[in-house]
Write a protein that binds this ligand. Structure first.
Ligand code: NI
Ligand code: MN
Length: 236
């Protein structure tokens, strides 16, 4: 069993995840709420959201970034170009990063790592350059090292993420079509050296056909645990 040492990871459907550290730091990743068919009904975001992490510029990851940041007074962390866009929309407190960089806040260190995808921001009739997409490694003091892959295909640089950060628990897209599917996600989990996986980015829309059962079948005998939970439930 993966032990998250007091950290609570709550899946909110699609790629939206809330993380609360044992010390009380509150982090929301990829806020997709109003139009997210899998956002848990009646779920209230915590009042305190210190950080919002944005992996890339697609609507199913940042649709609610601006209003949530404003309402909760959160710092927003992501690729420099994406943060430039967020500032242009009125977000006051941004931390623009780029691949390979780390930034420390209280008991967490956020590292931006490679994701292979696209990151154009649809804004009215325009598509704005959002910089490169990223995944995030979240290293929690006296806690676990977590990895949220964002949207990505399987790539060998996940082995570099393993060597640099030694993540224990990964949030991996398995839906296929726009990202890797279960077979590739199983290989990703092995490349990363994690002991547990929270499957995300599946079942939201009909084309996202990958399932946690397929992932678990691919990982059978590997010792890597698939924590298939429903939106609104937590891994701890
Ligand atoms: Ni995307
Ligand atoms: Mn997506």
């Amino acid at each position: 069993m993966t032990d998250l040492k007091g950290t609570v990871v709550t899946w909110l459907g699609h790629a939206t995840v809330h993380i609360a550290t044992a010390k009380g730091t509150s982090i929301l990743i990829d806020p997709f709420i109003e139009q997210n068919p899998k956002f848990p009904k009646g779920y209230q975001l915590p009042e305190k959201i210190d950080l919002i992490l944005a992996t890339h510029g697609h609507g199913d990851h940042i649709a609610d970034l601006v209003p949530v940041a404003e309402k909760h007074g959160s710092k927003v962390v992501g690729m420099v170009e994406l943060m430039g866009w967020a500032e242009s929309k009125g977000v006051k407190n941004t931390v623009g990063m780029n691949l390979g960089g780390s930034w420390k806040y209280e008991d967490v260190t956020i590292s931006a790592v490679e994701a292979r995808h696209s990151s154009g921001i649809s804004d009215g009739n325009e598509v704005i350059y959002g910089g490169e997409p990223v995944g995030f490694v979240i290293t929690i003091q006296k806690g676990p090292v977590l990895y949220h892959a964002g949207d990505t295909c399987l790539h060998l640089d996940m082995q570099l993420t393993r060597d640099l950060y030694h993540p224990q628990f990964a949030m991996l897209p398995i839906g296929d079509h726009y990202t890797m599917g279960p077979k590739a996600a199983a290989i990703a989990a092995k490349y990363l050296g994690v002991t547990g996986v929270l499957p995300i980015h599946y079942g939201t829309f009909p084309v996202l056909t990958g399932t946690p059962q397929e992932l678990a079948a691919e990982l059978q005998g590997s010792g890597i645990e698939v924590r298939a939970i429903s939106p609104g439930e937590s891994v701890r």
